[in-house]
Ligand binder design. Sequence first.
Ligand code: AKB
Length: 319
Amino acid sequence: MERILVTGASGQIGSELVPALRERYGAQNVIAAGRATPLAPDVLESGPSTRIDVRQYQDLDRAIKEYEIDTIYHLGSILSARAEGERGLGHEVNINGLFNVLEAAAQNSLERVIIPSSIAAFGPGTPADNTPNETLQKPNTLYGISKVFGELMGGYYFDKVGLDVRGVRLPGIVSWKTEPTAGTTDYAVAIFYGAIRERRYTCYLRPGTYLPMMYMPDAVLSLVQLAEADVAGLQHHADFNVNAMSFAPEELEAAIRKHVPDFAMDYDIDPLRQSIADSWPNSLDDSAARREWGWSPKFDLEAMVDDMMVNLGRKLAEG
Ligand code: AKB
C-alpha cells in the first residue's frame, strides 16, 4: 500500500495529479500539500491535506512521520519567468526546497521520490531539434539551472544514498483545470481562455517559436508510469526526455480556429519569455523513456485542442 505526499498540490500539475493518485491508490493514502495558495476545493474535500513550506525541512519531516509517507511527488516549484525576476525565492524553493525534500526522504528511509525536471534543463547550446536525452546542458535561466541540480541530485541520491529518485523532463503543459503561473509556455493555455471568452488573444512569443508541449492527462500518465516502473529496467533516474507534440503559436492558433472560426491572434513580444523560449528545445528525442519504461503519449495537437475546447468551454460556461 502506497502512502503518498504531493507538494505543490495547488499548482497546475498538482491539482490534477492528486485526484488521479487518489483514484489509483485510495483517497486516504494521498496527502495534498501546499504552501501559499489555497488548495482547489475538490483536492481539499476529497482526502487529507497539510501545509508544507518546502523551504522548511521540519515541515517535510513532520508530514512524512505524521502520515507515514513512503513516496513523495515533489511538484512545488517557482516557474521560469518568475524565477528570473525573483532569484532569491527561486533559489530557496527550487534548490533549497528540493534539497530538503531529498534529505527528508533519505533520513526517513522513503521508498521513492518523483521530481519533475523540465525542458528548461537545456540551454542555448543544446541541439534544438529532436534533442537527445544525453547532450550539452548549459541552461541560462535560474529555473533551468535548478532543474539540472535536481537531475544531478536525483542521480547522486540514487547512487550514493540508496534513495530511489525518478523524474521526467516535462515540456510545456496544456490543461483546463488550473492555469499555470509565470512560466514561459503559459501562452499555450492562455490562448484557449482568450479564444473562448473574447475570440482573440495577444501572444507574447514570436511566430515560429516551436516548443515541446504535452496535454495534462499525458503529463500525469508519465509521472505515474515512471513511478511504477520496475527499477531494474531503469538506466536513467531523474532525467528522462518525454515528448508528445511540438508546435509554434500560429499552429495552435490554426487548430483553435477550426473550433472558433473568427478567432484572431496578434503579437506583443515579451523579450524575457521570448529569450527563455529561444534557449529551449523545439522537440525532444524520448527513445530512452520509451525503451526503459514504455512511455507513449496519447494526445496529439488535434486531440488536445478538441478536449480543451470541450472541457474549458464547459468550465467557463459554468463560471
Ligand atoms: C515553464 O514555462 O516555466 C514551465 C516549464 C516548461 O518547465 N512550463
